[in-house]
Design a protein around this ligand. Sequence first.
Ligand code: NAP
Length: 395
Amino acid sequence: MANILIIGAGGVGRVVVHKCVQNRDVFEHITLASRRLSSCEVYQKEVKERYDTDIDIAQVDADDVPALVALIQKVKPDMVLNIALPYQDLTIMEACLQTGVHYLDTANYEHPDSAKFEYKEQWAFDNRYKDAKIMALLGSGFDPGVTNVFCAYAQKHYFDEIETIDILDCNAGDHGYAFATNFNPEINLREVSSKGRYWENGEWIETEPMEIKMVWDYPQIGKKDSYLLYHEEMESLVKHIKGLKRIRFFMTFGESYLTHMKCLENVGMLGIKEVEHNGQKIIPMQFLKTLLPDPSTLGARTKGKTNIGIVATGVKNGVKRSIYIYNVCDHEQTFKETGAQAVSYTTGVPAMIGAKLMMEGKWTGHGVFNLEEFDPDPFMEALNIQGLPWIVKEL
Ligand SMILES: NC(=O)c1ccc[n+]([C@@H]2O[C@H](COP(=O)([O-])OP(=O)(O)OC[C@H]3O[C@@H](n4cnc5c(N)ncnc54)[C@H](OP(=O)(O)O)[C@@H]3O)[C@@H](O)[C@H]2O)c1
């Protein structure tokens, strides 16, 4: 059926390749491209050994629009799955526009020089995507991604009006290292060391990093310190969930992680501006990434579970209610299935599902979309089938 081009052969890219190969009835032809061909070769070999199936591979610098256009013209995909870094969102969107090919990603555009993400520049493609009669699906990972679909599902089946949403993200995995990040260290550390922000009564309220903490009892995991962060899906949910009065995002961090991060920050290792070192220019955060364990290698050593979900409160038929929708994912099980830990898995599976719904014609449109704009039911159904079953609880 579909011919797809996946760009980015990292931790999440690995899962996307596995899950697309597992759904060969939809993804008939798969090409994996990345900055280094060697990264693609590893996964090409892996799926050949595991599923006895072939995928094509290619080298591309996704910062280079003409190079992307040339690759897309050669591969002639029906869609491009951007599983590289948020820095590449705009160039890949531009290349898809120039070639008339659908687009999907898992993370909001960020400029390398400023640790700030917003949808503005990606939403600005909307009219041009409409004119070109193509579709972009933004943020089809877990959060953003599944959390947006959970909100749309709550809205559709449980509420006349949702008043508050808390997104609750817990990773209780233990990889045995003193300090490591579960996905790209640069993107991860930029996110968690930034100021917090939540939305209440029509305005954004800024907090110091890690200023607001609560303890949440995560099913199958237990009580964990959870800190308020800014997270990108709030920007689109505020726009699309009508009547919303407050939305917040919380993520769990252990004492040791926060102490390491504070020390690194205090000595300047989280800096994203160039510094001079022995006559060479380096960016501290990028040097730190070189020192830290590669997240794509954590799978084999990580034990424990993730639990990510939403708590929505609101009104149905005049009665107040509160529901919790969540998924629990086991690091060891995802490693067994795909060679990746659960953070990569929970991102890669929804990326495949978003692409599958687009290619099957279940989610269609012209322009730029976030996931909560579509009917959540086929996505929720696919989560149960594709390895990320969910639970709804009345609180
Ligand atoms: N929504 C969610 O829930 C969620 C959660 C976690 C992560 N994410 C997002 O998922 C994406 C992938 O994360 P990850 O953990 O897989 O990161 P990763 O392991 O660092 O992988 C990123 C891959 O992108 C490739 N790449 C980087 N720059 C490139 C360029 N200029 N041209 C071509 N390829 C390039 C790298 O290629 P080489 O190996 O070839 O050098 C690398 O393999 C990120 O955008 C991250 O923010 C989303």
